[in-house]
Design a protein. Structure first.
Length: 566
């Protein structure tokens, strides 16, 4: 009985302490709100120059949030619809076309299959001049989107320029649905493939529907592709894991400073595919909900993770309504995978002398265990069971992309070629690529390489140390060699440039799905996944943690690997 009394007293003391702390926080909030309101009023009434109250308030809000993490943000009423489309819903009223600004002019970039723009013959490369009589010139992307979007059934008039001719198009807007699952299908060797681009509303149902459809063909395994998926709704991630994992299994725990934000999420349904061999693809851009799925399936030894280390976003946001139809999205908690690890990579609570956010030190990483005892680590994203290095694009390819120099060639290719090979096998011929290189004559695709930046830094340092005369000739010689090497860039990086150009061209014939299918030809991660699913012994060895697979993403190993690569 005495023990129970001691426990009760301890509980009361803890509760009293929490209550006192909470009251103290409320007092500080109330006090500072009074100070801020008075300051805001006095500036607006008495400042020597005319002030804009709305602008002043927005600057204050932005400055306050800047000291937190980049995911905590204020959303004014004018931006709420765009916010919902980005973070919540996949539907909007519009014409089904994406646009791009090139040298101040607005062009149609791609059209979505089966939607108004596609049905009415709007084509990539069409220049938009007016939308419902409103000049496009001078407007930003948000203003253009507002003009193009509208209720289903309403009409929008487009004035476009195509090959120098003015054309008017009247399009009836429709409900545009941007699917979470961009593509699903069977590979040639009977493996089911599902590509999930985002975790917005209904994403779990879309994955489930795709898995059920493909499951009827008795696949030897499934691949869930989460590469470049920046995440979304946490609950959708839990539901997706539940497709492959038994009922009543812990998937993720979120822990916040506010006790009400500490929540555990478990599976609630019987799984549809508890035994199908599963591989999950991730990349450095896979974040948030993607990492919850990958991390949970890894911790539960239910799937093999293939690709690159994920982004490392272990923070949970919640949206709160504010007066006058505005919103604020606040980071309320960190999430933890079933093994207990938080994979947050950046420490937003601490910054260096220059205000830069620091990464959690490797020395602070802790070791956790998966269900079968494999070693995994926190603090730096999800490390794949099978690492497949993804080469970065060369500076010349990035320059060609950023300056939209693939755009015209892809449009002209479509104009001059009525048909192309199926998306799965389409490749540019040598003559096609030579024609592209010819179109680059006189075009500006210049860039500054890392080597050139280092040379510039070296020159600056030599000047500071009064040694420029000693090394000037060598620096100029190196600069000339770099310029000479740049002239052959279109040949040196031909394979990579060709792949990007093929993607642009395929979209003109086979839309978004065609781009996905065509890229399979060069997909190293996909090939690695298929190889695993065709090798049951290796799959089992990895999931059991045999040999080198006992430890995943050891800080010591990854540091050594990085040093070797340098």
């Amino acid at each position: 009985m005495k023990i129970y009394k001691i426990a009760a007293v301890a509980l009361l003391i803890t509760f009293a302490s929490i209550t006192w702390s909470f009251k103290e926080d409320l007092f500080q909030v109330s006090k500072n709100l009074d100070i801020f309101a008075s300051l805001y009023k006095e500036i607006n009434i008495n400042y020597v120059e005319e002030t804009n109250p709305s602008s002043l308030m927005r600057s204050s809000i932005d400055a306050m949030l800047e000291n937190l993490d980049p995911y905590t943000e204020y959303v004014p009423e004018s931006e709420v619809e765009d916010y919902k489309l980005k973070y919540v819903s996949t539907q909007y009223g519009g014409i089904g076309a994406s646009t791009i600004f090139i040298e101040g002019k607005l062009f149609v970039n791609e059209v979505n299959e089966g939607y108004p723009a596609d049905k009415q013959g709007v084509k990539p490369g069409d220049q938009l001049v007016k939308i419902n009589g409103n000049e496009v010139k001078g407007k930003d992307r948000a203003q253009v989107s507002q003009l193009l979007r509208g209720p289903k059934g309403s009409v929008v008039e487009l004035l476009i320029i195509r090959e120098g001719t003015l054309i008017t198009k009247n399009l009836t807007r429709d409900e545009i649905k941007q699917p979470n699952v961009a593509y699903s299908g069977m590979t040639a060797d009977n493996i089911a493939y599902i590509r999930l681009d985002k975790f917005l509303e209904n994403s779990a149902q879309e994955v489930k529907d795709a898995a059920v459809t493909l499951g009827r063909q008795q696949p030897k395994g499934m691949i869930l592709d989460l590469r470049y998926n920046g995440g979304g709704i946490l609950q959708e991630a839990v539901k997706i894991v539940n497709i492959f994992v038994d009922k009543d299994i812990l998937i993720v725990t979120q822990k916040g400073r506010n006790p009400q934000k500490t929540i555990t999420y478990k599976t609630i349904n019987q799984p549809l595919f508890p035994n199908v061999p599963l591989v999950v693809l991730i990349s450095g851009s896979s974040a948030s909900a993607s990492e919850i799925v990958a991390g949970a399936l890894q911790d539960l030894d239910r799937a093999i993770i293939v690709g690159q280390r994920s982004y490392g976003k272990g923070l949970v946001q919640q949206t709160f309504n504010l007066p006058y139809n505005s919103l604020v999205k606040v980071t309320v908690a960190k999430y933890f995978t079933p093994s207990g690890r938080c994979i947050q990579a950046l420490d937003y609570a601490h910054k260096d002398a220059n205000g830069k956010t620091l990464k959690f030190a490797d020395s602070l990483m802790s070791k956790f265990s998966t269900k079968t005892g494999r070693n995994v680590y926190d603090g730096n994203g999800i490390y794949p069971d099978v690492l497949v290095n993804s080469p970065k694009l060369s500076p010349v390819t990035i320059s060609l992309l950023n300056k939209n120099l693939f755009f015209d060639y892809a449009n002209n290719y479509k104009k001059n070629n009525k048909e192309i090979a199926p998306a799965a096998s389409f490749q540019l011929t040598e003559n096609d690529y030579a024609a592209f290189v010819n179109t680059m004559a006189g075009r500006d695709y210049s860039y500054t390489s890392r080597t050139e930046r280092l040379l510039s830094d070296l020159r600056t340092e030599a000047e500071k140390e009064n040694k420029l005369t000693l090394v000037k000739a060598d620096l100029e010689d190196l600069k000339e060699k770099m310029l000479g090497a740049r002239k052959t860039d279109l040949t040196t990086y031909k394979a990579e440039i060709k792949r990007v150009l093929e993607t642009q061209i395929v979209s003109r014939y086979y839309y978004e799905k065609g781009k996905v299918i065509q890229a399979f030809q060069y997909d190293k991660e996909l090939n690695a996944a298929k190889s695993l699913l065709n090798n049951n012994n290796k799959m089992l060895a990895i999931l059991k943690g045999e040999g080198e697979y006992k430890t995943i993403g050891s800080p010591i190993k990854t540091i050594a690997a990085a040093s070797d690569n340098n």
